[in-house]
Write a protein of this length. Structure first.
Length: 259
């Protein structure tokens, strides 16, 4: 099922900058080199694309959201950004074009994982690498439990049918990469408790940014109340010393296309 999440670039840049901050470690794993051609898949508002470009690499940033791409172009007018949906296809001009494909905090929004991996493989030159981090199994498990409990108990709705996310195990995703032809040379699934900004409002901003799919089945007058109920459901578990700490669990990997 495609995601209907409504991306809000200004909110993303203002309240959720931690996504790009944590992504710097993934850039370190990528080790971009001067002159390389690198695709940033799910580039958002372009901060990590710009960091990669600062190495001297030639970058292309793509994202499914037109609003996010518009914001990226405003922020980094000298870089190249394009609207594209990696679940369905990549531009023909990308075939065997890149030395590396990079992705941070985006692949878990792409439930057609095999198609995405196949398109990435096709876009890489022989010897190219695919380096990424995204949500792994049990990512934001407490928040998901809160969403599920409120939807089920108050509205009789199954949250699993509405979820836009794909959170695989390390073995599951590595197997998909290998079946597509990649050789996985590094993979780790780790806990990364993540403080959310703005004190008591932190989880509200998170839900407003990322949980839009779960309110699609609710009447408009219930949507704000739904987020309030989820917040109170989660409070005993991930609100610590006046700080929301999301229970992120990340999957990070590097895979090579044989040369």
């Amino acid at each position: 099922m495609p995601s209907h999440n409504e991306w809000k670039p200004e909110l993303y840049d203002d309240k959720l900058r931690f996504i790009s901050v944590y992504g710097k470690d993934v850039v370190d794993l990528l080790r971009p080199q001067e002159g390389e051609r690198i695709l940033d898949l799910g580039c958002g508002t372009g901060d990590l694309t710009a960091q990669i470009a600062a190495s001297g690499a030639h970058t292309e940033g793509i994202d499914k959201s037109a609003d996010m791409i518009e914001q990226a172009r405003r922020k980094y007018p000298t870089l190249s950004f394009e609207i594209a949906d990696a679940e369905n296809s990549l531009p023909n001009r990308f075939t065997s074009s890149f030395d590396a494909v990079f992705s941070n905090a985006a692949l878990h929004w792409m439930k057609n994982a095999d198609d995405v991996i196949r398109h990435v493989y096709s876009s890489l030159q022989p010897g190219g690498r695919f380096v990424a981090e995204f949500g792994g199994r049990d990512n934001v498990g407490t928040i998901l439990h809160g969403i599920s409990h409120v939807l089920s108990s108050k509205y009789g709705i199954d949250a699993a049918a509405l979820s836009p996310w794909y959170y695989p195990t390390i073995g599951e995703y590595a197997s998909r990469l290998e079946q597509a032809g990649f050789r996985v040379d590094y993979a780790v699934h780790f806990d990364r408790p993540t403080p959310l900004p703005d004190g008591d409002d932190g989880l509200s901003y998170w839900l407003e940014s990322f949980a839009g799919d779960f309110v699609q089945a609710l009447p408009a007058q219930e949507q704000g109340r739904f987020f309030e109920l989820v917040t109170e459901e989660c409070r005993p578990f991930i609100y610590v010393q006046e700080q929301w700490v999301a229970d992120y669990r990340r999957l990070r990997f590097s895979a090579l296309k044989p040369g």
